[in-house]
Write a protein that binds this ligand. Structure first.
Ligand code: 5CA
Ligand code: ZN
Length: 414
């Protein structure tokens, strides 16, 4: 489906260091460089479009946007794929509840998401792929899983047997009890009679009264959630790629199952080299979520004339991997900060820029440490404006360099 327009990204005169990410599977840092000089490939799980983009989603997508920028600044080409779960239980339930056609609801919310991402200067994926348009890919992959002996039927539904992948559990590292808990909480059906293992997941859901369905060799129905991302990633990035990303609520079962599906189809491979997960943003003491309803929408902030760059800066003041709580006051501080940053770069001359550029690039290459990068810019702004003493204007070219690195690495247009 249609992606959104890319913002201009300045090319920097210096190259950033290789990018290191924390990998959920190994629990440690991994230097992520593309194989054989090819592009660095990223798959980020996209939205389920039944409601507007909230700040939790925005934090996750801004987080992975920093990865694309860090790779580009390190001199790599990138190939970026994101999906839209435009048919799934929560979307159909919401459509029924608000009496709107599910296709219309998905299209409307996806369009709002595109506008939000564009306003936040998030780089668009090269391939923005819907679940519905990928049904043939999902069917093909289910057939391949079936050939590998990993599929069985329960009534009209097809299940994937998790024990088909010898590496099952390696992505999340969770024990069985934790897996069972998250599986039940996050769309799974551990208690369904007839399953071989309570953790086995649906790959094809047979037709139900009142639900959309598509024809397939296994009967009419629709694909399960995990097969969707596995099939899209495999088709557009290959069976092995550098990074799969998403929020930490996708560690299990979603990313574990995606990895399993792909690794069973192509034995001996490892789906993603690194699994990277963004922290959960909370509000009013709980994880911001569509089902809880404690949401702050990006579009609502934009409609009240908040500068999207201030929203982006407020998000960047938190490390993408940490869980944190949105506090409205931080947005108002960010509005003031953007004004101060703009004032400093408008001066032309300023404090020496070269060490700041190095520090910003180094911080972002070190597991996307945006708070550290932002602190370096803060310090430059303070020195340039003379916030605590004499203004330093010793570097006549400072503003151009800071303007460029803040844009290229942090995605902030001053
Ligand atoms: N469509 C699936 C992924 S294939 C999905 O999880 N959609 S979503 O709309 O529920 O979430 C979209 C992305 O935002 C996911 O990566 C999810 O992990 C992330 N996310 C959801 N809630 C939060 C939150 N409160 N804080 C940070 N990220 C969040
Ligand atoms: Zn996904």
């Amino acid at each position: 489906m249609r992606s959104w327009s890319a913002p201009e990204v300045p090319t920097l005169p210096v190259t950033g260091p290789p990018v290191v990410l924390h990998d959920t599977a190994s629990g440690g840092p991994v230097t992520v460089t593309p194989a054989h000089g090819g592009p660095a490939r990223l798959y980020v799980c996209g939205i389920t479009p039944y409601d507007a983009t909230h700040l939790g989603h925005a934090a996750t997508y801004v987080g992975f946007d920093l990865l694309l920028r860090a790779w580009r600044n390190a001199g790599h080409q990138v190939r970026y794929v994101q999906n839209v779960t435009d048919v799934d239980d929560p979307l159909l339930e919401r459509a029924t509840k608000v009496k709107v056609d599910w296709v219309e609801l998905a299209e409307r919310e996806t369009e709002l998401f595109r506008q939000d991402m564009q306003a936040l200067r998030v780089l668009p994926p090269d391939h923005y792929i819907g679940a519905v348009e990928s049904i043939p890919l999902a069917i093909e992959m289910i057939e391949a899983l079936d050939e590998a002996g990993a599929i069985y039927r329960v009534e009209s539904d097809l299940y994937y047997a998790v024990n088909a992948d010898p590496a099952f559990g390696a992505e999340s590292g969770y024990d069985r009890e934790t897996m069972l808990r998250f599986f039940g909480e996050r769309g799974g059906d551990p208690g369904r009679p007839g399953k071989q293992d309570p953790l086995d997941c649906v790959v094809w859901r047979g037709e139900r009264e009142g639900e959309p369905s598509w024809p397939s060799p296994f009967g009419a129905g629709r694909p399960g959630w995990h097969i969707e991302c596995a099939a899209i990633a495999r088709h557009h990035l290959g069976g092995e790629f550098e990074v799969q990303g998403g929020g930490s609520d996708l560690v299990f079962p979603h990313h574990e199952m995606c990895a399993g599906h792909a690794q069973v189809v192509e034995p001996g491979t490892r789906f993603a080299q690194v699994y990277s997960h963004a922290g959960m943003v909370g509000y009013d003491g709980e994880k911001m979520s569509k089902s809880r309803g404690n949401l702050v929408f990006v579009s609502a902030l934009r409609n009240s004339d908040i500068d999207p760059m201030a929203i982006r800066l407020a998000l960047l003041r938190h490390h993408f991997r940490s869980d944190w709580e949105w506090v409205d006051a931080e947005l108002f501080e960010a509005v003031d900060d953007v004004t101060r940053w703009r004032k400093a770069v408008a001066l032309g001359a300023g404090a020496p820029a070269a060490p700041v550029v190095q520090e910003v690039l180094a911080a972002l290459a070190d597991d996307l440490d945006a708070p550290r990068a932002v602190a370096a810019v803060d310090a430059w702004v303070d020195a340039t404006l003379g916030t605590a003493g004499l203004a330093d204007t010793s570097d006549p070219e400072a503003a151009v360099a800071i303007h460029a690195v803040v844009d290229a690495a942090l995605g902030l247009s001053l």
